[in-house]
Structure formats: structure tokens, C-alpha cells
Write a protein that binds this ligand. Structure first.
Ligand SMILES: [Zn+2]
Length: 194
């Protein structure tokens, strides 16, 4: 199911649409440092993990991250809105960082097996992601506050599968909800590790 979703251009268009909405909201808010107007300063990102079957089917805007620069002279403020496509500076699509980590967590059913055939991620990267979800993510100030809204508490051992399970709907709904939930830590400086 997730393999099908990732290979579906409509899913990527949906993420782009939501990112655009988040960018519009960011721009409307203005510069957080001085309140000045923001100018578009998108920058190129070539995310890994997109199924090859999508090559040539997604426009160039899929390879750009929305970002803004303050128009006020001397401010140099830069705002990079939350994103459902890019998780901080990670080179892989945010959806991949979630789904492949779930695979790594021991999910063995055929649907997730197919995912690993579509997207190749080396073992060291996988291990890094697994540790990030279990240890680093769960220690972020963001999660320490946000975790309170989940009852019963989310089991850290099975992150991010246990977190994905907290959201309602079908596979796409839950994945989009989780990516949206992660928005606050998806900003350019939100995450150091790759
Ligand atoms: Zn400013």
C-alpha cells in the first residue's frame, strides 16, 4: 500500500499543495525578526527516495523548497516554512524517512517489503534513522511537549510506527497527518543530522 502511494504522482502533488499553503501562511505572517515583508527565496533540493517511475512526471517545483528572505534592508531574516516533503536537511523525502524507518523496525508484511525494493537506502543510513527516531527525536523539545496529546502514550521502542498508528484514516491520511505533525521540526535549521 505504501509502495503504491509513493509511486502515485497525486500523492506528491498533494504534499506540494500542502507545502504551498504552509508557505503562503508563512509569507502572510511576515518576518519574525522585524515584521517586514518576505520575498520568495526558494532553493533547489533534489530529494532522494522518489520512485524512478515518477521521473519526468513531476514538475520542477517538486525539487524546490519554499523559503523567504526579509525585504527590509539590513534585516537578513530568513524564514523557511514547515514542509511535508523535506525533513530538515535530510537528503531523502520526509515520507521515506518515516516509511523506511518503519520497515527497519521489523515490519515484515509484503506491502512494506515492496517498499524496500522501490527505494534503496544503505544500511548505515537506515541505522542512523532508526537511532534518530528512537533516541534523538524522542528527546527533542518538540516531542516532549507534543507527546502529551497522545493517550495512551506512544511507545518509543517502535517509533515511528507507533506514532503513525496514532493517526486515523487510510494509509495516505495517516502518513499525511504524521508529516504535518512533524512540520514544526521540518524547517531548515530544525534538524542537523542527515
Ligand atoms: Zn526582517
Amino acid at each position: 500500500m505504501y509502495a503504491t502511494l509513493l509511486a502515485d504522482a497525486r500523492f506528491h502533488e498533494l504534499l506540494l499543495t500542502i507545502d504551498r499553503d504552509l508557505a503562503d501562511a508563512c509569507r502572510t505572517t511576515g518576518c519574525l525578526a522585524c515584521g517586514g515583508c518576505l520575498h520568495s527565496a526558494r532553493y533547489p533540493r533534489k530529494p532522494r527516495g522518489r520512485p524512478k517511475t515518477l521521473a519526468g512526471r513531476l514538475g520542477p517545483e517538486h525539487d524546490r523548497r519554499f523559503s523567504f528572505c526579509c525585504a527590509v534592508d539590513g534585516c537578513r531574516g530568513r524564514e523557511t516554512p514547515a514542509s511535508l516533503r523535506f525533513l530538515g536537511r535530510r537528503v531523502y523525502l520526509a515520507a521515506i524517512v518515516v516509511l523506511i524507518a518503519i520497515l527497519q523496525n521489523g515490519a515484515t508484511d509484503a506491502r512494506t517489503e515492496r517498499l524496500s525494493q522501490i527505494v534503496r537506502v544503505d544500511r548505515r543510513t537506515l541505522e542512523r534513522w532508526r537511532q534518530w527516531w528512537r533516541d534523538a527525536f524522542t528527546a527533542t523539545p518538540f516531542w516532549r511537549i507534543a507527546r502529551a496529546r497522545f493517550i495512551p502514550p506512544v511507545d518509543h521502542t517502535w517509533m515511528p510506527a507507533s506514532l503513525l498508528d496514532c493517526f486515523a484514516g487510510d494509509g495516505a491520511d495517516r502518513l499525511v497527518a504524521l508529516l504535518r505533525f512533524l512540520g514544526p521540526i521540518s524547517g531548515g535549521a530544525g534538524m542537523q543530522a542527515r
